[in-house]
Design a protein around this ligand. Structure first.
Ligand code: URA
Length: 417
């Protein structure tokens, strides 16, 4: 087999065989296929697409290009994944809830890159919390307390890692076959039997409009079916940030307050009940989505989800006194109000803009090796649809650099109509 023939076939709109796809993935992972050859093939896939069988073959070849976690000793593991966004602290809230309802949670999460945040960075805002755990201990933790949330300590889907980085450098990120295979390969490698995917849609997401989001959801559901992993996709809005806080520590605090039952932003409620209800359905713990949604909220009100979160943090070496009293978290030096300049209604709080501003404050990374500032970000008081009066405080910028605060306050964060 020859990579030049494979590139030419896809360039000419042909369908690649399973063997050709496996040849490419193996060769690229092992460096016998060069970046420029891979770039040519990726661009041909971007332009000419792939059918469902080809996408499934690509997914499985990438999933098995490195370690594949065996979670069979844990029973039926239902994983959750988000296609990314701004202010997305749903994993921190939802996973302790489902663990408290008897679904084993063994989840390896990623770090943030660009304007989207990552669960591992958020967890590491909790003093002492260890995200780099050996696989044996990770599985032991789940057996012991029903939940472990850690970073990626295994070499999961290295082919995807290389291809994802390559796509970023050749303007081939927004392609449904490539996104679907990238996400599903990691999910399959991480050992879940069943998968619920939050397909985010809007300015702060990969999928900018509902038609693209529906197509990505359809393709991932189909790949899941063909790969023998029951998959349910839920499309959620990412035009404004999720909840009221954006930034690592600030989001952890918001997640804790939700788990304690002190607050419940409307969008967070919708997302956790939709995703969680579907996870319970897939795990055969309930007989209807409605029953599942009720159980999710019930385990917040009865304190079981919060107790599970405390148990998780303690078991991973974290200092639970910060969870019990969130005032202990280190605060940014400058906490400056964002003031309404006129009366009216908020018509926009753009997720992409807020995400970019958070990166500017230091909450996110531009390059993988960048350090991040855990304490900075935003806490909003108002979201889209709220009526406001001139002079009212709409939220706060948390920053460690005074010039950056001044610069952001000169820009439009909220649009009042
Ligand atoms: N998330 C991924 O893991 N891969 C993509 O290609 C896009 C979003």
């Amino acid at each position: 087999m020859n990579i030049l023939d494979i590139i030419a076939k896809k360039r000419d709109k042909g369908k690649l065989t399973k063997e050709e796809i496996e040849f490419f993935v193996k060769g690229y992972t092992e460096n016998s296929i060069t970046d420029y050859q891979a770039a040519a093939l990726v661009m041909a896939i971007y332009i000419n697409g792939m059918n469902e069988r080809e996408i499934t073959d690509l997914t499985l070849a990438m999933a098995y290009s490195g370690d594949v976690l065996d979670l069979s000793s844990l029973g039926e593991v239902v994983d959750k994944h988000s296609t990314g966004g701004v202010g997305d602290k749903i994993t921190l809230i939802l996973m302790p809830i489902v663990a408290s309802l008897g679904i084993p949670v063994a989840k390896m999460s990623g770090r943030g890159l660009g304007f989207t945040g990552g669960t591992v960075d958020k967890l590491e805002s909790i003093p002492g919390y260890i995200t780099g755990v050996k696989v044996e201990d990770f599985i032991e933790n789940v057996k012991k307390i029903g939940i472990s949330l850690i970073g990626q300590t295994l070499n999961l889907a290295p082919a995807d890692k290389k291809l994802y980085a390559l796509r970023d450098t050749i303007s081939c990120t927004e392609s449904i076959p490539l996104i679907a295979s990238s996400i599903m390969s990691k999910k399959i490698a991480s050992g879940a039997n069943k998968i619920v995917i939050d397909v985010t849609c809007g300015s702060g997401a990969f999928m900018k409009n509902i038609d693209e989001a529906k197509e990505l959801a359809r393709v991932m559901t189909k790949i899941g079916e063909l790969a023998g992993k029951e998959t349910k996709c839920v499309i959620t809005d990412m035009n404004e940030p999720v909840g009221y806080a954006v930034g690592n520590t600030l989001e952890v605090i918001e997640a804790i307050e939700v788990l304690k039952g002190n607050i419940m932003p409307e969008d967070v409620k919708n997302i956790i009940t939709e995703l969680g209800g579907n996870m319970l359905l897939l795990a055969n713990k309930v007989s209807s989505l409605e029953e599942g949604k009720n159980k999710i909220l019930e385990n917040i009100s009865n304190g079981k989800a919060y107790n599970k979160f405390l148990e998780l943090v303690k078991n991973q070496g974290g200092d639970i006194s910060y969870i019990e009293d969130t005032n202990k978290f280190e605060k940014a030096k400058y906490i400056e109000p964002i003031i309404a300049e006129k009366d009216g209604k908020i018509i926009k709080l753009d997720a992409y803009t807020v995400g970019k501003m958070s990166v500017y404050l230091g909450a996110g990374r531009i390059r993988k090796e960048d350090d991040i500032d855990k304490s900075v970000g935003f806490v909003f008081n108002k979201k889209v649809g709220a009526k406001v009066t001139k002079g009212e405080i709409l939220g706060y910028i948390h920053a460690n650099n005074e010039d950056k605060v001044k610069e952001l306050l000169r820009q439009e964060i909220f649009t009042i109509g």
